[in-house]
Design a protein around this ligand. Structure first.
Ligand SMILES: Nc1ncnc2c1ncn2[C@@H]1O[C@H](COP(=O)(O)OP(=O)(O)O)[C@@H](O)[C@H]1O
Ligand SMILES: O=P(O)(O)OC[C@H]1O[C@H](OP(=O)(O)OP(=O)(O)O)[C@H](O)[C@@H]1O
Length: 180
């Protein structure tokens, strides 16, 4: 049985990276996928490979990604070796765009979507508190918050308005292999 690609999606600031860290801490056998992003290096939040736009284009050309997309004026790539880990039966956890899910369905044989939600007020508060983006960038991200998911996917929706530990516990429960 191949591993599952667990795609964590939801609006900016909802807590995707926080939930992912909690999941991997509880289940270290899961691979936390490190993304390549055309973002300045060493900013707050996730651990990522920072590259220039030119280096990203070269990486695409060289087949470095199994999936890539553009959002928020940035480019994001998922390493090409993720399908190898899935084939070996290892679950992989990746922060994906809602806009890349149909593409992802074609790439990963077992795709589970963890759709994280929170109220608009909570999102605004968290993005300001994280401090990675400017006020203008935060406004642009909040305007994208209600983006719908494509139809026909295997989706688990979890509210992260409350305590992070509670959301992680619910995610672990929903991801029990017997369930999905
Ligand atoms: N349940 C929670 N309660 C309080 N703060 C949270 C919770 N989940 C995430 N945060 C905080 O909200 C901010 C955004 O979280 P992050 O994981 O970066 O979200 P995303 O990856 O979805 O943009 C971070 O500062 C994080 O510490
Ligand atoms: O199409 P959407 O579902 O709106 O997602 C767009 C992008 O936003 C997130 O990126 P990023 O991690 O840079 O932002 P975030 O941590 O603020 O969510 C997500 O991982 C996507 O790459």
């Amino acid at each position: 049985m191949p591993g599952r690609l667990i795609a964590v999606v939801g609006p900016s600031g909802v807590g995707k990276d926080s939930v992912m860290s909690g999941l991997v801490a509880a289940q270290p056998s899961m691979r936390l996928v490190r993304r390549t992003i055309t973002r300045a290096p060493d900013l707050e939040g996730e651990d990522y490979e920072a590259v220039t736009p030119d280096a990203f284009v070269a990486a695409v050309r060289d087949g470095a990604f199994c999936l890539h997309w553009d959002a928020h004026g940035l480019r994001y790539g998922i390493p090409a070796d993720v399908p190898d880990d899935l084939r070996s039966g290892r679950d992989c956890l990746a922060n994906l765009s809602r806009g890349a899910l149909l593409q992802a369905q074609a790439v990963f044989p077992r795709l589970i979507v963890l759709n994280i939600t929170a109220s608009p007020t909570v999102l605004a508060h968290r993005l300001t508190g994280r401090g990675r983006e400017t006020d203008a960038e935060i406004s642009a991200r909040l305007a994208q918050a209600g983006k719908p998911l494509p139809e026909g996917l295997d989706v688990v929706t979890l509210a992260n308005d409350g305590a992070l530990g509670e959301t992680v516990a619910q995610a672990l429960d929903a991801l029990q292999p017997a369930r999905v």
